[in-house]
Design a protein around this ligand. Structure first.
Ligand code: URA
Length: 212
């Protein structure tokens, strides 16, 4: 797919890249069809000088309603993991591969729907712009969708989690961070053995903490 075609956020990028102008421009993004049903764009949050950038999949129901990333149940797992890994929230920029909530409706319920590869690709200009502005030392990749966006489609979280790896070819070359992938915190909540899943998640975050 053409990166600057209709199915891309590229044409919505502001001329000047800083977090405030990116956030303002992303609020009006119609780079793929997800803006039609979502309440709002949920852009990344955190300091421009953050040492860590954490990348999730997409905002969930609560994030879509409140307008902030990781403020629902998965966010609580993430907050606990960061604290126990000794990663200070002041050093974290938190964002998602896709900036609009993708869901299907069942009556009044909104059921999370995994974003398609085309939606991840369409949203990539925002993530790459965030990476270019923040220039983190370490990118923590939360789950398979974020891995596709940051590390490329051949990366497998199950095989390569918890080890420092270079960023994928779709990230601008001037961003020289190291990435550490782990499972998505919502996978911890869904796991049959939650304690074991959380222990693995925490171990990966501890690798990220030591890598910075
Ligand atoms: N899951 C994500 O991947 N991101 C959020 O912001 C919330 C839940």
């Amino acid at each position: 797919m053409a990166k600057d075609g209709n199915n891309s956020a590229a044409r919505f990028l502001p001329d000047h890249l800083d977090l405030a102008s990116l956030r303002g421009a992303a609020a009006g993004c119609e780079g793929c069809g997800l803006y039609r049903n979502a309440t709002r764009t949920v852009f990344g949050e955190g300091p421009a000088e953050a040492r860590f950038m954490l990348v999730g999949e997409q905002p969930g129901d609560q994030e879509d309603l409140k307008g902030h990333p990781f403020v629902g149940p998965a966010g609580r797992v993430l907050d606990r993991g960061l604290e126990e890994a000794g990663i200070d929230r002041d050093e974290v920029y938190l964002t998602n591969a896709v900036k609009h909530f993708s869901f299907t409706s069942q009556g009044k319920r909104r059921i999370h729907q995994k974003p398609t590869a085309a939606e991840v690709d369409a949203c990539r200009p925002w993530l790459n712009a965030e990476l270019t502005v923040v220039r983190p030392e370490v990118v923590v990749v939360l789950g398979a969708t974020a891995a596709r966006a940051v590390l490329g489609r051949d990366f497998r979280v199950t095989r390569q989690r918890g080890e420092p790896v270079p960023l994928g070819d779709d990230v601008p070359a001037e961003v020289t961070a190291v990435a550490v992938a782990t499972v998505h915190p919502s996978a911890v909540l869904r796991a049959p053995d939650r304690d074991a899943a959380y222990a693995g998640f925490l171990a990966d975050l501890q690798v990220a903490a030591r890598t910075a």
